[in-house]
Design a protein around this ligand. Structure first.
Ligand SMILES: NC(=O)C1=CN([C@@H]2O[C@H](COP(=O)(O)OP(=O)(O)OC[C@H]3O[C@@H](n4cnc5c(N)ncnc54)[C@H](OP(=O)(O)O)[C@@H]3O)[C@@H](O)[C@H]2O)C=CC1
Ligand SMILES: O=C(O)CCC(=O)C(=O)O
Length: 424
């Protein structure tokens, strides 16, 4: 059974509005002045490119792509590139702003950006994706740069695309520029631990939240939506900590096992099955919509935006939601979540392990020196735990949910930096 096609854009909630509604609440709590408010909410740069690509049949197709730089107040802008058929400008604007807040929450010296190309990577050959990636890179060569704007993987992209991006950029500049992109293959200056970093961070924040809630991981159950980079690693690492993963899903459907899914086996199956869980025999297939409202202790949405909405929030049974994806919860569902007493570890905290290790990769590239996996994991885990505690303390201090607390921590830092720098 296939998931429903994404709703047409006019029927979908606008992710930028979703971001702004939380930003407005946090800005009010902080008493942000009007000038700073206007600076912080406005994306610094929004670029739309149309790149011609020769397809395998010899015909030329034009692809629309975006790069939005939300802010460079804290440092060079940082954020992934998404390849998806339904990506749109307001989504990329929201994702870029979330990167600004995310980097501020974990206290790394980056601003926020995001990119996207309207395309369906699953229906394209490797050659077509390579030509598209190179064309997109060369059209944005004046935006990107190791000290300006540093892309990374997001949905539909990974180390392979980052390698092409680095190579194309380096050719244009006439020198090898490892630090222009993170999430690269190891041989090209990638960091140990980056592939699993986002899922690992999700696991670390889940453990921190469970401790606050007095939940024992070994007696807890979870469901994970999305079984790509973030979802599969989060599921695997949570299972290693004793959490029983009862349900997982990808575009092909949702899969459930009352006794717990063998995550290693499911990953192996997916890898050997053209990247899809379809036909997986270690669990029974259920209605994908039921996965989110199933009887589990922890829910990890790790796929797309706006999956927890006013239409299903009433039925959610989990005590804890850990947002692996960016923007999985509609702002309209926030109040009901709070009334139900569900703790949410928000995206800008829960999935920040990825950009944290991207930062380590960039630091290693600048040093020309490689860190061990233990060093990467130990430092990332420390940053995740410290950030969790910072956000938790703000939620207690201002008596607000964790999501608003995370925005408060982030906006406060960016606003203070803006004041000190001045002259914008
Ligand atoms: N990669 C990273 O480091 C980071 C990613 N994120 C966020 O995490 C989320 C997932 O990204 P990532 O794991 O990298 O992306 P991937 O492309 O690796 O995986 C996405 C997963 O979501 C599934 N999926 C897509 N659409 C749907 C849908 N409508 N319903 C259910 N499942 C769906 C895909 O299914 P299938 O496998 O069948 O295609 C896939 O399993 C995104 O929101 C991204 O922005 C956040 C921080 C960092
Ligand atoms: O690793 C990075 O630089 C950014 C990852 C990303 O796009 C995200 O955190 O949403």
């Amino acid at each position: 059974m296939l998931y429903k096609e994404p709703a047409p854009i006019k029927d979908r909630e606008n992710p930028f509005e979703s971001m702004m509604s939380r930003f407005n609440i946090a800005a009010e709590v902080l008493g942000l002045d009007e000038e700073t408010y206007n600076v912080l909410k406005s994306p610094a740069r929004q670029v739309i490119v149309n790149v011609p690509v020769t397809m395998d049949d010899g015909k030329v197709r034009v692809f629309e792509g975006y790069r939005v730089v939300h802010s460079t107040i804290l440092g060079p802008s940082k954020g992934g590139i998404r390849y998806a058929p339904d990506v749109f400008l307001d989504e990329v604007k929201a994702l870029a702003a979330w990167m600004t807040w995310k980097c501020a929450v974990v206290d790394i010296p980056y601003g926020g950006a995001k990119g996207g190309i309207i395309c369906d990577p699953y229906s394209m050959s490797a050659g077509e994706i390579e030509r598209l990636t190179r064309a997109y890179t060369s059209s944005l060569v004046d935006i990107f740069g190791p000290d300006r704007d540093i892309p990374a993987p997001d949905m539909g992209t990974g180390p392979r695309e980052m390698a092409w991006l680095m190579d194309e950029y380096s050719k244009t500049k006439g020198s090898t520029e490892h630090g222009v992109v993170t999430g690269k293959p190891l041989v090209l200056g990638g960091s140990l631990g980056r592939v699993e970093a986002t899922g690992r961070g999700v696991m670390v924040s889940a453990m921190a939240a469970m401790e606050k809630l007095g939940m024992d991981p070994a007696k807890s159950t979870a469901a994970v939506q999305g079984f790509g980079n973030v979802g599969s690693w989060a599921a695997k690492l949570m299972a290693e900590r004793g959490v029983k993963i009862l349900g997982v899903s990808d575009v092909s459907g949702a899969y459930w096992n009352d006794n717990g899914i063998d995550i290693e086996e499911a990953i192996e199956y997916k890898n050997g099955n053209n990247g899809r869980l379809e036909g997986y025999k270690g669990a029974e297939q259920i209605d994908p919509a039921e996965l989110l409202t199933s009887k589990v202790d922890v829910l990890v949405p790790a796929a797309v935006e706006d999956v927890i909405t006013i239409h299903n929030v009433d039925k959610i049974q989990a005590r804890l939601i850990v947002e692996g994806a960016n923007g999985p919860t509609s702002y309209k569902a926030d109040n009901i979540i709070n009334e139900k007493g569900i703790m949410v570890v928000p995206d800008i905290l829960a999935n920040s392990g990825g950009v944290t290790v991207s930062y380590f990769e960039w630091v290693q590239n600048r040093m020309g020196f490689k860190w061990t996996l233990d060093r990467v994991n130990e430092r990332a885990e420390r940053i995740m735990n410290e950030s969790f505690e910072r956000v938790y303390a703000a939620s207690q201090k201002y008596n607000v949910p964790m999501r608003i607390a995370a925005y408060i921590v982030a906006i406060d830092k960016v606003a203070m930096t803006y004041k000190y720098r001045g002259g914008f």
